[in-house]
Write a protein that binds this ligand. Structure first.
Ligand code: BGP
Length: 467
């Protein structure tokens, strides 16, 4: 173990060390104890070919059965906090109406197990997993679904809010917009910008409504949202490149960040939507709800930067409207890559985000809610003692934490670091291709768990509150 005087980067007392995961990606038991179907269960049924190696969400990593063992392992690797999500279609199988008693029992057991092990559960309400019955009536396109979500959120607060003191309305709400309505990587696989805008708007409204409901219950906790803030770097300081990056930022970051923290949408975005006739349907009173119900706390997911440049060619005026009408993605020569996921690794991005929050968003309380590295074929790094020697992951985390530490020195209000993810899990259409965990999951041996080298390393970091 590193001794205290060797600690070069130390973190503020009470720093949150842990990881994050989501229900659909870890629980398994997708068709058990009354759980309803969500869009992932359904999409896999009709198009299994869309998923890596044809592996679907039915079993994932079996957290439903193994949660005790998993929470014990979390404790073993130094977690003091962990973000999970509640599966809407497990708790309320049809999305509205009847609540599933088996799900109440399961989530009560899980939350209690966390608390008994000294790990604070942070709980998310929506992590890409729309109940199928609600998708049938339009999912986030529909105002009825906003009402259903508000009722679901309230049910969760009432059932679990006595013990859960950190809630998150959504995880990366831009992703279902991108995946489901622009770029065809989530069900319902629609490519339609107008619908995308309505979906984004309804999601944002639902977040504000859940926050309002939470505050009305006076439960004495904090409520926030988790956003994937992907800094938009221009290729150059040429005004055309800068303009491209400002627009990309407005579409992909500020679309949710500004209303969540400041209660209003960015002007740059509104202007484009108005000019293009793409404004969503907004009902009377909505904007006040958004204005008056901003977040207490922000989760920041950071994996990669976005690099952009001014458009090289005029867009085809007949082609479907996509944000890329205003910029091209820029492939920077010599960028550092994670080839398995195809994502650039740029550690300083995490610092840039935190400084942006400090300077332009009132230094809102925040934490790194996801950061991590998915690697294919990790079995080849397993040593003779059965431990995966994932030194690349340790380096990845360490290099990001150095920048987090620098941001703290400069006054950032960042309170913790959660890795994506605790154990290898099912990554949506990538299924089990890339492994992200501190703990490996052997799918051929009933999901056997083994702590990787990074998990052991993380324990020392957490114990020393630094490295
Ligand atoms: C985030 C999601 C996670 C997780 C992670 C890794 O966008 O919140 O659910 O999956 O990314 O990405 P992927 O699984 O696509 O490799």
């Amino acid at each position: 173990m590193t001794s205290a005087n060797e600690i070069k980067y130390s973190f503020p007392e009470g720093f949150w060390w842990g990881s994050a995961a989501s229900a659909t990606q870890t629980e398994g038991a997708a068709d058990v104890d009354g759980k309803g179907k969500n869009i992932w269960d359904y999409w896999y049924e009709i198009e299994p070919n869309r998923f890596f190696d044809g592996v679907g969400p039915a079993n994932t990593s079996q957290f439903y059965y193994k949660y005790k063992e998993d929470i014990k392992l979390m404790k073993e690797i130094g977690h003091n906090s962990f973000r999970m999500s509640i599966s809407w279609s497990r708790l309320i199988p049809k999305g509205t109406g009847e609540v599933n008693p088996k799900a109440i029992e399961f989530y009560n057991n899980v939350i209690n197990e966390f608390i008994n092990n000294g790990i604070e559960p942070f709980v998310g309400l929506f992590h890409f997993d729309m109940p199928m019955e609600l998708q049938k009536i339009g999912g986030w396109e529909s105002r009825e679904v906003v009402a259903a979500y508000e009722a679901f959120a309230k049910t969760c607060f009432e059932l679990f809010g006595d013990r859960v003191k950190k809630w998150f309305t959504h995880n990366e709400p831009i992703v279902p917009v991108e995946g489901g309505y622009l770029y065809d990587f989530h069900y319902p696989n629609v490519v339609d910008f107008k619908k995308a805008v309505q979906v984004g708007y309804h999601t944002m409204l639902s977040s504000a409504k859940a926050i309002k409901a939470y505050r009305e219950l006076k439960q004495d906790g904090k409520i926030g949202i988790v956003l994937n803030l992907t800094p938009s770097y221009p290729r150059s300081q040429n005004p055309a490149d800068i303009k491209a990056s400002v627009i990309a930022d407005a579409f992909f970051n500020r679309s949710f960040l500004d209303p969540s923290v400041k209660g209003e949408f960015p002007q740059e975005l509104l202007q484009i939507l108005k000019e293009e006739g793409l404004m969503p349907v907004i009902e009377d009173g909505d904007l006040d709800i958004i204005k008056n119900n901003t977040v207490d706390i922000l989760g920041v997911n950071y994996y990669q930067p976005r690099r952009v440049k001014a458009k090289e060619n005029l867009p085809n005026p007949e082609a479907p409207f996509l944000p890329e009408r205003f910029f091209d993605n820029y492939v920077m020569p010599g960028r550092k890559m994670n080839p398995h996921r195809g994502w650039e690794i740029y550690e300083k991005g995490i610092y840039d985000i935190l400084i942006n929050l400090k300077e332009n968003y009132g230094n809102i309380e925040c934490f790194i809610s996801e950061n991590g590295m998915g690697v294919e074929g990790e079995e080849k790094f397993r040593d003779e003692n059965g431990i995966i020697q994932d030194d690349y992951r340790i380096e990845f985390i360490r290099e990001h934490l150095k920048w987090v530490s620098k941001a703290i020195e400069e006054g950032s209000n960042v309170k913790g670091y959660h890795l994506w993810t605790f154990m290898d899990n099912w990554s949506w259409t990538n299924a089990y291709k890339n492994r992200y965990g501190f703990v490996s999951v052997n799918l051929n041996k009933d999901g056997e768990r083994t702590i990787k080298k990074s998990g052991h390393w993380f324990k020392t970091v957490s114990d020393n509150n630094g490295f």
